[in-house]
Design a protein around this ligand. Structure first.
Ligand SMILES: [Zn+2]
Length: 282
């Protein structure tokens, strides 16, 4: 897709059924899901169908990645679907015309395992930066909050030690088209990337919402939202802005068409139109 002077490409790392809706989005009820089958809900297994995807942006002559998925070979014993993955993500990226050395900026919307994974790759028994020429933009509050945990050690510390990390807080202007804003709640440093170019707008929301049901029911949190009230407030605020400015909403994990325009529907929202990206189905 093209927004003014910025192009946006979807690069998939993984997709599949991830967990039952009653666990993933405990605020939801069984009646919320059938209208979104099969792309977002697998009826037979009663599992939410999720994607891990990186958004590749080309803006102002630079190549920018939004979130880096779960990565290969990471030890994630507590997260079976991300444990010791071996996916052709770098081949998928190359198919989109991006080699690791071409990447100028990496954005981690927040520091969770499925958003920082490809920050690094295994070289022998050492984690090294996957994108050696990139500046990695990370929210200061998450860098502090998650400092020292397992994923920090394999996916954050190596790029920080290489001098590639730039920390930011509150708001950060990337160029004339792109700006990061804090949208805390899911984690203390969770952020959204706003694109505004030539009258076209989009917002990359990371895990402000994980599932399509939260796109229409802004008060529904996932089981991974650390501060429930703040997560609800941030979700509602960003979705109101997106509806009122006709901005495309691009979450990190929507399968199906991956993104949508929304409109207000009373105190909730409704899908106005899905994005034209190829459908990702179970
Ligand atoms: Zn995530």
């Amino acid at each position: 897709m093209t927004f003014g002077d910025v192009s946006v490409t979807r690069v998939l790392e993984w997709h599949g059924p991830i967990m039952p809706p009653s666990e993933f989005v405990p605020d939801s009820s069984p009646e919320h899901w059938p209208e979104f089958a099969p792309d977002h809900w697998v009826a037979e297994a009663d599992h939410v169908h999720c994607a891990l995807q990186t958004w590749v942006l080309r803006s102002g002559g630079r190549t920018i990645l939004v979130d880096t998925g779960a990565g290969n070979h990471k030890e994630r014993p507590d997260m079976a679907v991300f444990h010791r993955l071996d996916t052709p993500f770098l081949d998928n990226l190359a198919a989109a015309g991006v080699l690791p050395e071409d990447v100028d900026v990496v954005i981690n919307t927040h520091i969770h395992a499925d958003h920082v994974g490809w920050n690094t790759r295994l070289d022998g028994d050492e984690w090294v930066p996957t994108f050696p020429n990139a500046t990695y933009l990370m929210p200061q509050r998450d860098f502090t909050h998650f400092h020292g945990n397992a994923l920090f050690e394999d996916s954050v510390r190596p790029v920080h030690d290489a001098g590639l990390v730039e920390l930011w807080d509150e708001s950060h202007v990337i160029d004339e088209n792109l700006r990061l804003d804090l949208a805390a709640g899911h984690t203390p440093g969770s952020s959204v990337l706003r694109l505004d170019s030539g009258g076209d707008r989009a917002v990359f929301v990371g895990d402000l919402l994980h599932t399509v049901v939260q796109l229409v029911e802004p008060d529904f949190n996932s089981c991974f939202c650390e501060d429930p009230e703040q997560a609800r407030a941030s979700r509602r605020s960003v979705l109101e802005w997106a509806a009122d400015t006709n901005s495309l909403v691009l979450p990190a994990h929507l399968a199906g068409h991956g993104a949508a325009h929304v409109r207000r529907d009373g105190s909730k929202f409704a899908i106005k139109e899905w994005a034209p990206f190829d459908r990702v189905s179970p």
